[in-house]
Structures are given as C-alpha cells and as structure tokens.
Ligand binder design. Sequence first.
Ligand SMILES: Nc1ncnc2c1ncn2[C@@H]1O[C@H](COP(=O)(O)OP(=O)(O)O)[C@@H](O)[C@H]1O
Ligand SMILES: [Mg+2]
Length: 277
Amino acid sequence: MSEFKNAKVFAIVNHKGGCGKTTSTVNLASEFARQGNRVLVVDLDPQANATLHIGKIHPAQVNISAAELLTGDHSLLAAAVQEETTIEGVCLISGSLALGKAEDELKDLSPRPNEELRSKLLPADPVFDVILIDCPPSLKLLASNALAAATHVIVPIEAGDQYGLYGAEDLLKKVAQIRRINPNLEMLGALLIKYDDRQTICKLLAGQAENTFGKLLPVKISQGTAVRQAVVMKTSVHGIDRSSKPARQFRQLAAALAKSLKLKLTHDEPLEEEGAA
Ligand SMILES: Nc1ncnc2c1ncn2[C@@H]1O[C@H](COP(=O)(O)OP(=O)(O)O)[C@@H](O)[C@H]1O
Ligand SMILES: [Mg+2]
C-alpha cells in the first residue's frame, strides 16, 4: 500500500473523552498554518466538535462529510474538503453524526475496513503539508482508520485526572496492531493537557505517561480560560489571547514538531524557552 510522501499525517487519538483531542487538533492546525504550512483537519468524531469549532457550515448541513468520503467513491475527496474555515490557512473535512453509521458500513462492506481513510486521503498528499485527524472517543474502526492513515500519533492526556492513563495499554495494543499494515507509524508520545507543575498529581501522571508511551511531547499545555473562549468565538487560542500560556505553549509545540519533522517554520516572533507551569 502506498504511503504519504509529502504530508505529515497526525492522528490525535485517545479513547478517553474530554482529554483534549479536539483542542489539540484545532490549535496545532492553527499554529502549523501560521508557520506557512498548508493544513487539513479531518474530523472523524460523530460528535463533530472540531467541525462545530472551525467549520463555516453546520455539520448537519454538510453534503460530503468524512462519513460519505469513507464509504463512498475516491472522486468525493475534492467535494469533501472545505477550503475555508474560521481559521486562516486551515481546510476541513467535516465530521457528522453519519460517521457512526459509516463505521458499521465499513465493517460490513469494505474489503480493507481499516484502510479506507488512507486510500481516500492519499490523493491529498501533494496538496497539504499537515493533515490532523481528530479521533472519536473509541478505539473502534474510525480510530483504526485514523491510525492506518497516519504517519505520526499524538496522545493527549488530561494531566490532572487520576484516571488519565486508564486504558492506555489498549491504545498501545491498537497502535501495535495497526503497525502491521502501517509499519512506519511513529508514536510521538503523550501530550499533557491542563498541566500544572504545582500539582503533585500532574507530576506523577507525567512520569507514568512517559513510562507508558515511551516519551512525552516536548511542551506541556496549561489550563487557561482562553481555550474555552476560543471554542465559543470559533477561533484558536492564539486568536483570543496570543500571550496566554496555552497559546504560547501550542506555538512552541508546533514549532518543535515543525523543526523535528522538517515542516515549514516561518515564525513571526522569537520563540521563548518555556516549559509548562
Ligand atoms: N488547556 C486547556 N485549558 C482549559 N480548558 C481546556 C484545555 N484543553 C481542553 N480544555 C477543555 O476541556 C474540554 C475537553 O477538551 P476536548 O479537546 O474537547 O477533548 P476531547 O476532544 O478529547 O473530547 C473542552 O471543554 C475544552 O475546551
Ligand atoms: Mg473531541
């Protein structure tokens, strides 16, 4: 099976709900775009939170969402990609409630049920530098499709949640299983969300997450009100308050990833050295 040669494809995955997948997807997309990359967000969650956040069309009104693309013809790709979102430089393949049904259909009808997304997205490889796939809170077929299409995996973990790592072994098993059809899939590690280094629980969880996933992403994301305001205002945290901690941290994280993965990095400001507080 052919592979992505140009685009870096990130699966943002964790079957736990509310750990920061959509927040990470949207804000990393915004930062990669600000660095000069051509960015596509693929919303694979039936709840369509990423679509509600950055889409210009309500998910119920979208004709060709990720669901139709997954179960339909290759020719649907162009119609599925929405060129404009509320974030400049970011395109979107919308999520929708139909993704639930699409998942069942794939299981019953597709000869390679895990590989539909990869095969449908491959023609977009030369068009985008970055593709971010926002996953649903499950490890079923939609998540498998994201992992099979991805070049890299990021696992957001809520740092203050004592059960934040519950189920991590299942996630790692799923990644190992999908590596049989996608051998170059690279685990970038756990991304700690709502991290506060004054809280012992956060430090403990960071250590455990590093042991479990082998590594942590180099920047941790603090809790900040700008993150939720950004959802309401349909923009990025950068768009709400560029000097807020989460905005600076997403900027630094995207820059670190851009450097290590050789993406475009045309920063309009110097990077200050900072961990999370
Ligand atoms: N760094 C943060 N600071 C404050 N709130 C956050 C932060 N990250 C995420 N949230 C909030 O936590 C909730 C869950 O995040 P979300 O990204 O939707 O998780 P998931 O997509 O994994 O279900 C959302 O209401 C989101 O706005
Ligand atoms: Mg989500």
